[in-house]
Ligand binder design. Structure first.
Ligand SMILES: Cc1cc2nc3c(=O)[nH]c(=O)nc-3n(C[C@H](O)[C@H](O)[C@H](O)COP(=O)(O)OP(=O)(O)OC[C@H]3O[C@@H](n4cnc5c(N)ncnc54)[C@H](O)[C@@H]3O)c2cc1C
Length: 498
């Protein structure tokens, strides 16, 4: 992927078929779907790809055992099908993960065990392995740091796990491979209309300040928690449809849960599920569900959320993680749809697609696991509504970029200078990595794995990136300052002391 080439493409193209606002899972997936059907496609992301919710998930590709508990069979079936497709098409970034539900009450083993047998059946041919009933001894073999007192046994099941930001980059590269222009650091600042019908967008290159008027037959709003902002640009009378809900994750060292098996706690005090999942040699603990009013590109974990996770996970482990054990913490905002628009064209259980009076299409809600299906649905609707040539969707069978190659190392701190230089070169040349934060947060996952280590290595990364990108001392200083400002909220501070 090359940003300058995409800008040339932007300048050369008189009119696109599909213009997508938002470069998270939904927008990028939509770009792949459109471009691979042969449609002239452009995508604009205001920050970096996946800077929003799509780099801050629990990293599970799952059918949703929770939805099964709620009896939402259709949603689980759809997600299980998508889980299977993702494992097939992106094996470099998605893998089969074992989970254990520990049982401390006599009824839990049969209750969860039977539920998970249904989950296996529903996955059918795309299943990842049968669930199993475990004795207490077997459970402790898989998860030796589970609290053994009163432990009756456990149920083992399989789901998918992935690297969300890396998958987003791979999807962007796939879209580019099929001819889409995908531009990061390109905010959409306005919508173009003719006779009250949408016909394009106003965008601005964040780095040069240059503005562009971009014409497109279809404009798709895929901006996650920012959905309402774009809908208000389209219609000033628009009433909000998104209820943002914050979820945080805490990251601790592997010795809190050695081995390769994750733990799933099916019911916390507030009725949610809680996970402890091995990820790139650390353990990710989460998540929470906190209604928030402010939508920030860098949401900050709240003290009570940190406390909630530490308290709950502490009940199940022999060694309780403390605040001082946290290597990193990160927060994301769920784009939960609160009301269904009257103009709903398709509502696939938890994602919403609607068309405004101007013809702007909005796609929102859903989850990472179902991004491909959301993309297929929205492009089906776009091609039908606007009578575009409709080649059939091919993404069920489409291998994602890099599926046959090695993956970028997740942590930078163990790399030699030569390896670091190679990783930076690849990120800058092939992955549109523009800033130190892009590199440490989403091209590698250093900031999410160990925030203090990321802060320590940031000056070296800035220097090496400056060499690669031909930047000066001023750029280096600015990059380090910007990075440190963001990284601060990934480390705990005295203020957050419980
Ligand atoms: C805590 C948490 C845990 C989760 N865990 C999982 C999980 O384990 N598995 C799973 O399947 N799902 C999970 N999800 C859900 C999943 O992460 C989201 O559904 C998904 O990432 C949403 O993607 P999106 O593209 O719709 O939104 P986003 O990723 O937020 O993308 C929208 C993008 O639009 C951009 N944008 C906004 N305004 C403009 C503009 N004017 N111009 C240009 N760009 C703009 C934003 O910068 C942003 O990058 C989780 C969500 C949360 C919050």
């Amino acid at each position: 992927m090359n940003r300058s080439n995409f800008i040339n493409q932007l300048e050369r193209t008189k009119e696109f078929d599909i213009c997508i606002i938002g470069g998270g899972a939904t927008g990028l997936g939509t770009a792949v779907d459109a471009a691979s059907r042969g449609l002239k496609t452009v995508l604009f992301e205001q920050h970096d790809f996946a800077k929003g919710t799509s780099s801050r998930s629990t990293k599970l590709v799952h059918g949703g055992v929770r939805y099964l508990q709620q009896g939402n069979i259709k949603l689980v079936m759809e997600a299980l099908r998508e889980r299977g497709l993702l494992l097939k098409n992106a094996p470099h970034l998605v893998h089969n993960q074992k989970f254990i539900i520990p049982n401390y009450k006599w009824w839990e083993k049969s209750f969860y065990g039977i539920g998970l047998k249904i989950y296996d059946k529903m996955a059918g041919k795309l299943g990842l392995g049968p669930s199993q009933f475990l004795s207490k001894e077997e459970t402790l073999q898989f998860a030796p740091t589970l609290d053994p007192e009163d432990l009756k046994g456990g149920v083992l099941y399989h789901d998918g796990q992935f690297d969300d930001a890396r998958l987003a980059i791979s999807i962007a590269q796939t879209a580019a491979h099929h001819g889409a222009a995908v531009l990061n650091y390109f905010p959409v600042n306005g919508l173009l209309k003719m006779n009250k019908k949408i016909c394009g967008v106003w965008v601005k290159d964040f780095f040069t300040g240059k503005e562009y008027e971009v014409k497109s037959k279809v404009v798709i709003n895929a901006t996650g928690v920012f959905t309402d902002t774009i809908m208000k640009m389209d219609d000033t009378k628009h009433e909000n449809i998104i209820n943002p809900s914050q979820g945080i994750h805490l990251v601790v060292d592997k010795d809190f849960l050695p081995g390769d098996t994750a733990i799933m706690i099916p019911r916390t005090d507030d009725g949610r599920v809680l996970f402890a999942v091995p990820w790139h040699n650390k353990i990710v603990l989460g998540t929470t569900d906190t209604a928030v009013k402010e939508i920030s590109p860098e949401p900050i974990p709240q003290q009570q959320e940190i406390e909630f996770i530490l308290t709950h996970i502490g009940r199940y482990l022999t060694k309780d993680p403390q605040l001082s054990d946290l290597r990193s913490m990160f927060a994301g905002l769920r784009p939960l749809v609160k009301s269904k628009s009257k103009k709903t064209a398709a509502l696939s259980r938890d994602h919403l697609i609607c068309i405004g009076d101007s013809g702007m299409i909005t796609v929102t809600g859903g989850k990472w696991t179902t991004y491909r299906k959301m993309a297929e649905d929205v492009i089906d609707i776009a091609t039908e509504t606007f009578a575009l040539t409709n080649n059939l969707c091919i993404t069920k069978e489409l291998k994602l970029h890099g599926y046959d190659k090695g993956v970028m190392p997740a942590a930078t701190t163990l790399l030699s200078i030569e390896e670091l230089k190679a990783a930076i070169k690849k990120s800058v040349e092939e992955e549109m990595c523009m800033t130190v934060e892009d590199f440490l947060s989403r091209r590698t996952r250093q900031l999410l794995l160990d925030a203090k280590a990321a802060i320590t290595i940031a000056p070296l990364i800035a220097k090496l990136m400056a060499e690669e990108m031909n930047k000066d001392e001023f750029w280096i200083k600015e990059q380090i300052n910007n990075f440190n400002l963001i990284a601060k909220s990934y480390t705990f501070t005295a203020k957050q002391q419980l």
